[in-house]
Design a protein around this ligand. Structure first.
Ligand SMILES: O=c1[nH]c(=O)c2[nH]c(=O)[nH]c2[nH]1
Length: 313
């Protein structure tokens, strides 16, 4: 007879592939292309793990069906923004099933960019650029006692695999030196990273949370990331990845009051000048033109940045 206890549980369907097309009367069309993960949890599911009792188990197959059902029946604007769709699916589950306490829905998308010809967007043709992936996850939790408009909603949003590189205006000098240090001061270097960024919204009111301009905030965080990377002299010319990370996050916290905190993970993908002195060629420091990219290891710089007093919606 088993005596162990369940410390946490969540079950559902992962990687549900769903595409929704919106067709406007004038021929203009939109597309959303998602991978959805939907996970249910609640105390009453414990017996399905510990006693083999399936009576309350909403089949993962039914959860998958619900994702397609909601993609069709919700108003288009509630499907096309990943954060809104995630919160809709999660709150639908929590409201429909009394024994579901929390629903965690993750939506991942590789955005389709609209094709442009002569600076005009094509009505129904799209392309994909780069490897960048946008994702969001919503946790909707019942309040006690349950009430339709009073739920706790936590939304994390972010993107990863945004690859960037600059060929100058990056340095790393004046760092700690001891007997284990071999790295020389680097007054100028190639800098490359694959940005992972995520940020958080918290609210106890779903309708209010859904009013956020999620697409504009996503675009704004990306713009801040690229702008600081390319242009902010404090971040790069005189300091480090750490300093750039902080300036990027600070800009986003200033621009978007509903964002609670910002996390970055920035690998420092090294490109070292190749020593060609054996061939009588100068290729180090200010002569560097030919580099050897190093696949592994990379630096890995992370931080979560927030306001001194936590901002709420
Ligand atoms: O921006 C950097 N931060 C570091 O902490 C570090 N360490 C290192 O070897 N190179 C770099 N670059």
């Amino acid at each position: 007879m088993e005596t162990s206890i369940i410390k946490s549980q969540a079950y559902g369907k992962d990687r549900v592939r769903v595409v929704r097309v919106v067709r406007h009367a004038d021929g203009w069309q939109e597309i959303a292309d998602y991978w959805v993960c939907c996970l249910l949890s609640g105390e009453q599911f414990e017996s399905s793990y510990t006693k083999g009792d399936n009576k309350l188990v909403v089949a993962t197959d039914s959860q998958k069906n619900t994702v397609y059902y909601l993609a069709k029946t919700l108003p288009a604007e509630k499907v096309m923004v990943p954060e809104v769709f995630a919160t809709e699916v999660a709150s639908f589950m929590v409201n429909k099933y009394a024994h579901v306490t929390t629903c965690h829905v993750k939506v991942t998308t590789k955005p389709w960019e609209r094709m442009k010809f002569d600076n005009k967007g094509h009505p129904h043709s799209f392309y994909r650029e780069g490897k960048e992936t946008r994702w969001t996850e919503a946790f909707v939790t019942k309040t006690n006692p349950p009430s339709a408009d009073k739920t706790t909603v936590l939304v994390n949003s972010g993107f990863y695999d945004l690859e960037v590189l600059k060929t100058t205006n990056s340095s790393f000098v004046d760092f700690w030196r001891d007997e284990l240090t071999t790295l020389p001061d680097m007054p100028d270097r190639i800098l490359s990273t694959k940005v992972l960024c995520q940020w958080k919204y918290v609210s106890d009111n779903l309708a209010q949370l859904q009013l956020q301009q999620f697409d504009a905030i996503y675009a704004g965080v990306k713009r801040n990331t690229l702008d600081v990377f390319a242009n902010d002299p404090r971040a790069w010319v005189h300091a480090s990845v750490q300093s750039a990370l902080y300036i990027m996050a600070d800009r986003t916290l200033n621009d978007f009051k509903s964002v609670d905190d910002v996390y970055y993970a920035l690998p420092n993908i090294h490109y070292f000048p190749f020593d060609l002195s054996k061939f009588g060629l100068k290729n180090l420091q200010t002569d560097a033109e030919v580099y050897m990219p190093i696949a592994d290891p990379s630096g890995y710089i992370t931080a979560t940045v927030s306001r001194p007093a936590k901002g709420k919606l």
